[in-house]
Design a protein around this ligand. Sequence first.
Ligand SMILES: Nc1nc2c(ncn2[C@@H]2O[C@H](COP(=O)(O)OP(=O)(O)OP(=O)(O)O)[C@@H](O)[C@H]2O)c(=O)[nH]1
Ligand SMILES: [Mg+2]
Length: 300
Amino acid sequence: MSETSTRCGFVALVGAPNVGKSTLLNRLVGGKVSIVTPKVQTTRTRIRGIAIVDTCQLVFVDTPGIFSPKQRLDRAMVDAAWSAAGDADATVLMVDAAKKLRGGTHEIIERLRKFDAPLLVALNKIDQTPRPHLLSLAAELSERSGVQDIFMISAANGDGVEDLRTHLASAMPTGVWHYPEDQLSDLPMRLTAAEISREQAFLQLHQELPYALTVETDQWQPFKDGSVRVEQTLYVQRDSQKAIVLGKGGRTIKRIRSSAQEQLADMLGQPVHLFINVKVRENWMDDPTRYREWGLRFDA
Ligand SMILES: Nc1nc2c(ncn2[C@@H]2O[C@H](COP(=O)(O)OP(=O)(O)OP(=O)(O)O)[C@@H](O)[C@H]2O)c(=O)[nH]1
Ligand SMILES: [Mg+2]
C-alpha cells in the first residue's frame, strides 16, 4: 500500500488509577497485552497495543494512572502518562462513570487540551452506572470543560468500544504502518513475562505489598523440546515483606508462580518452566536500573 492510502497514529489512554485503561487497551486490540487487577496503580509504564481498522493502524498507549505522586516511582509513572499524551495523535481521557467525578478532572482536561491532539472522553463502566448519573456526568463535563466528544463505554463487556475505535481511526493521520499487520504488542517477551508475574503478585498479595515489589526476568532459555525456562527475581524492600511473599512453607510464592506459569504458557503456546527468586533490595525504587528497562524516567 502506498503511504497516502494508509493511516497510522498513536492514541494515548489516560485517566485516574483503576478507571479501566488497561481493560480498554486489551479490548481495543482484542487480546491480553496489559495487566489488569482490581487494585489501583497496577500499570507502571506505557504499554503499547496495536489494532487495525480498515487501512488504519492504531497504536494504543496504555498509561499509569494520573494521581498525586509521593515517591520516585510514582513520579516516574505519572510522568510516563503525561509524556504519552504529549506524543499522541489523539488522547482518550477515561473516567470511571460508576463513581463521582474525581477532583482534579477538569484540571487534567485543561492540561490535556494544551496538546494539539484531539481529546475524547470515555465514560467507562457503564455496565455499573445508573443512566441518570451517566447523563449528569456527561453534562457536567461538557458544560464545565467544554468537552464535545464523549463516549459511553464498558471496557469490560465491550459496549460502545467499537464506536470509539472507529471514531479514533478516522482521526489518525495518513502515513505508513509502524508495525507488521499481525503484531498485537511491542513489549519484549521477557517484560511481558515479568508483568504477568507482577499481576499474580498484585492479585494474591494485599495492603502495601503490591506497591513494595517489582519483578524482573533474568533468564529466558528456550529448549529443543519447544519449552522455555524463565527465571525471574521478585524484589521486595524488607525481610518482613519477603516472609509474606513466600508464605508459610513457601505456599504464597508457589501459588503466584504456578498461576503466572500457566498464563505465560497459554500466551506463548508452549510449555514454560518458571522460577521466581524472591530477594530483598531495600532501595530498588532508587536504583536507575529498575527504571531503564521499563522506559521510565528516573529523575521525573
Ligand atoms: N464493571 C466494570 N469493571 C471494569 C470495567 N473496566 C475495567 N473494570 C475493572 O476495573 C478494575 C481496574 O481495571 P484496570 O483496567 O486495571 O484499570 P486501569 O485504569 O488500567 O488501572 P491502573 O493501571 O491501576 O491505573 C478491574 O477490576 C477491572 O476489571 C468496566 O467497563 N466495567
Ligand atoms: Mg492499568
